[in-house]
Every structure is written in structure tokens, then in C-alpha cells.
Design a protein around this ligand. Sequence first.
Ligand SMILES: Nc1ncnc2c1ncn2[C@@H]1O[C@H](COP(=O)(O)OP(=O)(O)OP(=O)(O)O)[C@@H](O)[C@H]1O
Ligand SMILES: [Mg+2]
Length: 320
Amino acid sequence: MTQPVIEFKHVVKSFDGHPVITDLNLKIIPGEFFVLVGSSGSGKTTTLKMINRLLQPSDGEVLVFGKNVRDYSLPKLRWQIGYVLQQIALFPTMTVAKNISVVPEMQHLPTKQIHQLIKRLLKEVGLDQSYRFRLPNELSGGQQQRIGILRALAGNPAIVLMDEPFSALDPLARESLQQLVLKLHHQYHNTIVFVTHDMDEALRLGDRIGIMKNGKLLQVGSPKVITNNPTNQFVADFFSKNNYSDLNKILVSQVIEAGFLITPKLIVNQRNVPSVEKTSNLKEVLRILASTALVGVIGTHQETIGFFNNESIIRFLSTI
Ligand SMILES: Nc1ncnc2c1ncn2[C@@H]1O[C@H](COP(=O)(O)OP(=O)(O)OP(=O)(O)O)[C@@H](O)[C@H]1O
Ligand SMILES: [Mg+2]
């Protein structure tokens, strides 16, 4: 097996004697887009910060390219790791060009090359070259976050850590930046660890997703595995934490109106699929989906009008 880029081995992190991460074990492989998802306080940021040594584990080991992060000099470790934060954190008194060139300058890249790099990077995120002279407060939130991503990529790091980078943006800006990050990821083949509390974002971006709860990884798998085989209680746990406790008040008809019904045409094998009615509620749907991959919806004349799977329900829930 290829050597993992990042590995957590029995990692524990406590603050003032209270453990917030307990026995975390995880391997992230080269070129992977790994998404950590979980509710507030579940330990996502803490996990991320142990990779670039903003925090030290209380016990266990964090390895980067097979070497304990403790054994790197801090600059050597950080140069291979780009970091994008939730709050836009550009240096306010520096122009866009200066912000992007912080790491390349530390790496003593020749000025001419830095200019070319800035030119290329701005082009890649669809910003005109005149933007290089602007200050951060002369940019929109989405533009600032674009520059934040470029700043993290400018040193060509093997690893990029992103902590809820789009949560302050409106849905349109968010979607376009998700596309941008995927494009850059495919172009640069870097390994990304991306934190979000938004399941829809996780499913859209991740090669693999890790679900965190109370400092533990509940489940790790591809979007397909996660949505088709949620570990027992996963759906209920994740969504009850996010104020989805009133699932029995949401009717199947509402999910259909929101556009999340899968048309019968797309389902190959429709035999032996359990079904619900339009007046059934989501709790009943999820109870069925806990043990089977598909549930049918019966119309007024007892005909099957469509289907739900876990993914469609999770996508619906992440919109409310
Ligand atoms: N420096 C600190 N001192 C004490 N407790 C801390 C510290 N940093 C984090 N914690 C606690 O550790 C737990 C995990 O925090 P963390 O920031 O990792 O959560 P998170 O999953 O990133 O949450 P969010 O989605 O709200 O950002 C929380 O209970 C938090 O209060
Ligand atoms: Mg956090």
C-alpha cells in the first residue's frame, strides 16, 4: 500500500484534562480529497490543527509523509501545508499580489517567477490582472476567499488544509468556489483535508468523508458508502444534533416538492422495495432506509411515483 500522506495513530487531544479527541486513527492517501464533517464542537478544527502543529496531540502520533510532525522543523512542515481558514484572513494592509507572494518569497523564489505565478493564479480563479494591486477590503467576500485559496496554493504545497472555507459565503459564491477548488485539486494533485458541517458540501467534494462526533470518527467512507450504508444511528445522530429532531413533522410530499424524488426511470431493480405514501413523514422514511437502500413512494392510485435513497434524503435535509 502507498504510504499515507497524513496518518493519525491513537491520537488523543485534551484541553485542561478534558479529552476532546479520543483515540483517533486515520490514514489519508496521496492526492485524496478528504472531508471531515460533523456538528459544532465535534473536534474537526482540533484535528486539522494537529496536522500543521498549531496544536500538539496529548497522546499518540501524527505523521506527515511517514514522519512524526514533532520531528520536522516548523518552517519545513508548514511549507508543505497550505491552510485556508473560515474567516477570511488576508493581511489587510497588503495588496492581493503581496498576500499571494508571502510563501513564495519565504521560499526565495526569484521575483520574476513570483510575478508569473501571481499572473497564472489570478487567471485560474477568473480574476483580472488589475486585482493584484487591490487591498483586501476592496474585494467582495467571495473574491477575498479566492485570494485566500491562492495564497494557500502559491507555495505549491503537497497538502492543503481547509477549515470551513466557504461557510460565510452565499450559496452561489459557495458553489462556484467548490467548483474552483475541485478544478485546482485535479490540476495540482494535492492532498486536501477539508472541514465542513455541511453534508451536501461533503458529498459533493469528498473522495472520502469522515464523520466526526464527540471527538471520534464514527464512519469513514466514500460518499456512496456513507449514503448507502450509514452506520447504525448515523443519520439519526448527525441530524438530531443539527436540529432535525422534528423529522416526524416533515412530510414526504414536502421532500417531493423540493425536488428530491428519484424518478422510477432511474431505478433498475424496483422489486421488493418497501414503500411509503405522500402523507408519510420523514421519520418513517429514515427508519426504512436504516435497513434498506431504497424506499418507494406510492401515489394516489397506488402507483409508484418515485424513490428515495439515503443520499436524496441527506441532500434534502442539508437544504432545510
Ligand atoms: N484552545 C482550547 N481550549 C479549550 N477547549 C478547546 C480549545 N479548542 C477547542 N476546544 C474544545 O474542543 C472541542 C472541539 O473543538 P473544535 O474547534 O475542534 O470543534 P469543531 O468541530 O471544529 O467545531 P465547529 O464546527 O464549531 O468549528 C470543543 O468542545 C471546544 O470547546
Ligand atoms: Mg471548527
